[in-house]
Design a protein. Structure first.
Lengths: 179, 454
C-alpha cells in the first residue's frame, strides 16, 4: 500500500514554490506533479521535465495549413471557376499568387493555432466531461500544490517540505480516494 | 570593462575607407568618360554585346533593336548637328546618375542603421525595459553615427541634385519649359530645394539633440546616487519617439520616395522604418557578439542574444508585412500611375527585387524560427549578414529604379560606397564605444538586466 501514498505540500507563493522545487530536486526526490493556478515561468526546467515538442507540432500544423490553402485556392480560383479580376485572368496560380497570400497566411495561422491548442489539451489529458484530476480546489485560486510519492520516508519528507516554506502538508492515500 | 578600439580594427576601417574612395572615384571617372561625344559608340558597343548573349535574351534584344532602328534614321542627321537622340540622352543621364545614386544608397544604408538603433534605444527607455540596459552602451556607440551619417546623406543629396532628385531639374515647375512637369509643379509647395534641406536640418537636429542629451544623462547616471538622470532620460525618450515617428515618416518621403515624384504610398514611412529598425537591431546583435568574442561584455548572457534574435525575426516578418501590404494593393488594383512603380522593378530589377524578399523574409523566417538557434552566436551572425545584405538591396531598390533604371549593376561604385561608408561607420562607432565604460552601471534596471534569464 505504501507506493500509492503521496504527500501534498501546499504553497501560497510561486517564488517560494520555485525554490522549494529546486531544494526537493537537489535532495533527489521525484516530484509527481505540481498544480498551479497559473503558468509558472521556468517550473518545467526546475522540475527536470523534458522540453516540450509543441513547437515542432505547431510548425508541422502550419505547413499543413499552408498546403490546404494552396490546394484549396488553386481549385477554387484557377481550376474550377477562373475569372478575370482587375485585368488579371486567373489561369496560373503563380501569377495570381499575391492575391492568395492573405488566405495562405490566415490558414497557416488557423491550423497552427487550433491544432496546437487541441494537441495541448489532449496531451494534458483534458477533454470535455473529464473529471478534474486536481486534488485540491484551492489550486484553481491562489494555492500551489506539489505532489511527491512516498516510499517509507514520511517524516524525512515532511520536515524537508516544512523547511521549504509549505503552509500545509497532507498525506493522502490515492487508492482510498479513488473509491 | 573599458574598451579601446584595437589598432587592427582601426586599420581595417581605414583600409575600407581608402579602398571605398578609390572605388567611388573610379566609378565617377568611368561614368564621366562617357560624354555626349562618345555616347553613340558606347551604346553601339553595348548593343553589340547584347547580341552575343545567347538566345535567352533574343526576344528582348529584338525589341530594343527595333527601338534603336527607329532612332538610327535620325542618327546620321543628329550627329551632323551635334545633337543627341532621346535614347542617347536618357542613356547618358542614367550612366551619369549611377555613381551618385550608388554613393547615396551606401550612405543612407549606414545612416539608417544608426537611426534605427536610436529609435530602439529610445523605446527601451520609454518602456523602462528591464532586459536591455546591459546593451545600452553598445546602442549609444552605434547611434553616434546618426549625426555624421545624416550630414553625409544630406551633402550627397545637395551635390547630386537632379542626378538623384528629378524634381530638382531646371524648369520643372516653370510652365512652358521643356522640363515642365505638371504633377511635380503641383507638389512644389513641399518638394522644393529650400524646403528639402531646411526639413533635413530640422530632422537631423532633433535626432542629434536627443542622442546628445540621452548619452549625457546616461553617462551622468553612472556616478549618480539617485535616479534623476534616468528619469530625465525617460521623459526625453518619450518625447523623442513622438518627434521621431513624424520626422522619420517625412524624411522617408523627402529622401527616398521623392526620387519617384509622381508616385506615392501612404505607408512608405512605416515601411522604411521597419527596414531601419531590423537593420539596426541586427547590428546591435553583431557588435555585441563581436565585443563578447573579445572577452568584453561578460554581463551579457545568451538570453540577451536570444531576445535580440527574436527582434530580428519578428521585425523581419513585420517588414515583410508592410512590404506586402504596399505591393499587393497596388499590384491588384493595377492603376497605371501607381503600378508603374512595381512594373519598373519587376521588369528591370527582378533579381534584387525578389532576391531581397528571400533574404529579408524567407531566410530569417527559417533560420531564426527555432528557439535554440537564436542563442547560437555564429548562427545569429550568419542570419544577420543575410538580413543586412537584404536591406542594402532594399535601399538599392528604392533609389536605383528611379535614377539609373535598367543601367544598374552592383559594381565598383556600389561596392566602393559600401566599403567607404562601412569603414566610416566602424571607425565612428568603435571610437564612440571606447569613450565610456561598456556597462551603464548607474541604470536602476541594471541588476534586473544582468540577471535576465529566459
Amino acid at each position: 500500500m505504501e507506493a500509492s501514498k503521496v504527500i501534498h505540500a501546499i504553497y501560497t507563493d510561486d517564488d517560494v514554490l520555485m525554490s522549494a522545487v529546486k531544494k526537493v530536486k537537489a535532495e533527489k526526490h521525484h516530484i509527481e506533479e505540481i498544480y498551479t493556478p497559473f503558468p509558472v515561468h521556468g517550473l518545467d526546467k526546475a522540475m527536470g521535465l523534458a522540453p516540450t515538442r509543441i513547437a515542432i507540432a505547431s510548425f508541422l500544423y502550419g505547413c499543413v495549413g499552408l498546403t490546404v490553402a494552396i490546394v484549396m485556392m488553386n481549385f477554387i480560383m484557377i481550376e474550377d471557376w477562373p475569372q478575370d479580376i482587375g485585368g488579371k485572368p486567373s489561369f496560373s496560380y503563380l501569377e495570381n499568387m499575391p492575391a492568395f497570400v492573405p488566405i495562405m497566411f490566415e490558414l497557416t495561422v488557423f491550423f497552427a493555432a487550433h491544432l496546437m491548442v487541441i494537441t495541448f489539451y489532449l496531451r494534458s489529458r483534458m477533454w470535455p466531461f473529464k473529471k478534474a484530476e486536481n486534488p485540491d480546489p484551492r489550486t484553481t485560486d491562489d494555492h500551489f500544490l506539489m505532489e511527491i510519492a512516498l516510499h517509507n520516508n514520511e517524516s524525512e519528507l515532511t520536515s524537508l517540505l516544512q523547511e521549504t516554506g509549505a503552509v500545509e502538508i497532507n498525506i493522502v492515500d490515492k487508492d482510498e480516494e479513488a473509491h | 570593462m573599458e574598451y579601446k578600439i584595437s589598432s587592427k580594427l582601426r586599420i581595417v576601417a581605414i583600409v575600407m575607407i581608402v579602398l571605398g574612395l578609390l572605388g567611388v572615384v573610379a566609378g565617377f571617372n568611368s561614368a564621366y568618360s562617357v560624354t555626349e561625344d562618345n555616347i553613340s559608340e558606347v551604346l553601339a558597343a553595348e548593343h553589340h554585346d547584347g547580341h552575343g548573349h545567347g538566345d535567352a535574351h533574343a526576344a528582348d534584344a529584338h525589341g530594343h533593336h527595333g527601338h534603336d532602328d527607329a532612332h538610327a534614321d535620325h542618327h546620321g542627321e543628329d550627329a551632323a548637328h551635334g545633337k543627341l537622340t532621346h535614347h542617347e540622352e536618357h542613356a547618358l543621364h542614367q550612366i551619369h546618375n549611377r555613381p551618385y545614386s550608388a554613393l547615396y544608397v551606401g550612405a543612407f544604408f549606414f545612416f539608417m542603421i544608426a537611426l534605427g538603433v536610436l529609435a530602439f534605444y529610445a523605446i527601451q527607455y520609454a518602456a523602462q525595459a528591464g532586459w536591455s540596459p546591459v546593451l545600452f552602451r553598445v546602442m549609444e556607440g552605434i547611434t553616434s553615427y546618426v549625426l555624421p551619417g545624416g550630414l553625409i546623406v544630406l551633402a550627397i543629396a545637395f551635390v547630386a541634385d537632379s542626378h538623384i532628385f528629378i524634381w530638382l531639374k531646371e524648369g520643372v515647375t516653370v510652365e512652358g519649359h521643356e522640363n515642365y512637369d505638371k504633377l511635380v509643379a503641383g507638389k512644389s509647395g513641399w518638394l522644393n530645394k529650400t524646403g528639402f534641406f531646411v526639413r533635413g536640418i530640422i530632422f537631423l537636429a532633433g535626432w542629434s539633440l536627443y542622442r546628445f542629451f540621452s548619452r549625457k544623462f546616461s553617462i551622468a547616471q553612472d556616478s549618480a546616487d539617485d535616479n534623476r538622470n534616468f528619469k530625465k532620460n525617460f521623459r526625453i525618450s518619450a518625447a523623442f519617439l513622438v518627434f521621431y515617428i513624424y520626422t522619420e515618416s517625412m524624411m522617408s518621403w523627402d529622401w527616398i520616395m521623392s526620387v519617384d515624384p509622381h508616385w506615392f504610398s501612404t505607408l512608405f514611412g512605416w515601411y522604411v522604418f521597419a527596414s531601419m529598425f531590423v537593420s539596426g537591431i541586427t547590428v546591435i546583435a553583431m557588435i555585441t557578439i563581436y565585443l563578447k568574442s573579445k572577452g568584453l561584455l561578460e554581463f551579457v548572457n545568451d538570453s540577451h542574444i536570444h531576445d535580440l534574435a527574436k527582434f530580428m525575426f519578428g521585425i523581419s516578418v513585420f517588414w515583410t508585412y508592410l512590404w506586402f501590404s504596399q505591393f499587393m494593393l497596388i499590384w491588384y488594383s493595377n492603376i497605371p500611375e501607381e503600378v508603374t512603380y512595381f512594373v519598373t522593378r519587376i521588369e528591370h530589377y527582378k533579381l534584387p527585387f525578389f532576391g531581397m524578399l528571400a533574404m529579408n523574409f524567407i531566410f530569417p523566417l527559417l533560420l531564426l524560427m527555432n528557439s535554440d538557434y537564436k542563442r547560437i552566436n555564429w548562427f545569429v551572425v550568419m542570419a544577420g549578414i543575410v538580413i543586412l545584405c537584404g536591406h542594402y538591396l532594399d535601399v538599392f531598390n528604392w533609389i536605383m529604379p528611379a535614377t539609373v533604371i535598367e543601367r544598374w549593376y552592383i559594381g565598383l561604385p556600389e561596392i566602393g560606397s559600401i566599403l567607404l561608408f562601412g569603414g566610416l561607420f566602424l571607425l565612428v562607432v568603435f571610437t564612440a564605444l571606447s569613450k565610456a565604460p561598456l556597462l551603464a552601471k548607474g541604470n536602476p534596471f541594471m541588476k534586473e538586466s544582468e540577471h535576465f534569464h529566459y
